[in-house]
Design a protein around this ligand. Sequence first.
Ligand code: ZN
Length: 233
Amino acid sequence: MKKGRGELLFYGAVALLFFLFLQFGNRAVTVLSENQPVPRENCVIIDPGHGGVDGGATSCTGKLESAFNLEISLRLNDLMNLLGYDTKMIRTTDISVYTKGETIAQKKISDLKERVRIMEETENALVLSIHQNNFSDHQYSGAQVFYPNTPGSAELAKEMQSAFISHLNPGSRRQVKKAEGVYIMEHISCPGVLIECGFLSNPREEAALRSPEYQKNLCCVIAATAAGFLSNT
Ligand SMILES: [Zn+2]
């Protein structure tokens, strides 16, 4: 278990540097060669969607969205820490973070409010909310980035979407979208994005999303784009 985590960190670091180079070219090289400290005042909040009583969508092989979200978020957390950023995970196990409620519906509302509370109490936060998509037509695939109406979020979403298309989903025509009707995105005041990493209803993409390799690649794109955004703010 420990060895696997060490290998992940190493692999992640190498891949991340590669992506940084591809995406930010000379600027990334300059930052690294001058050994400038990564700004530490930002806190990256990683929000694995759903959990506990709320499993989210169910994949075509029966795996819950909440489990995909958590696996990917834990890897993303490792990468952001490796880059020197402070992070806060909304959850690190299969739980819902509600503080009150009797019914599942009430618990889901309490869970969302609690997530927003944690995000809002954090200074200089950047929110990365991790979800998976699902649709009745199984042919749809590709990551898609949604953004709230907060400063910088649309720009970050566009950067991330084009990085997904360049490095992960070549040929994808998915475009960023405003996160309308998404409680967390409508109630935060800091920058953030909600990332639908892929479609659990597409057998090929679902298999990829279950694989550690694809998860690492996804996280490299997210971490590199987030780091680029933070270095500009
Ligand atoms: Zn979801």
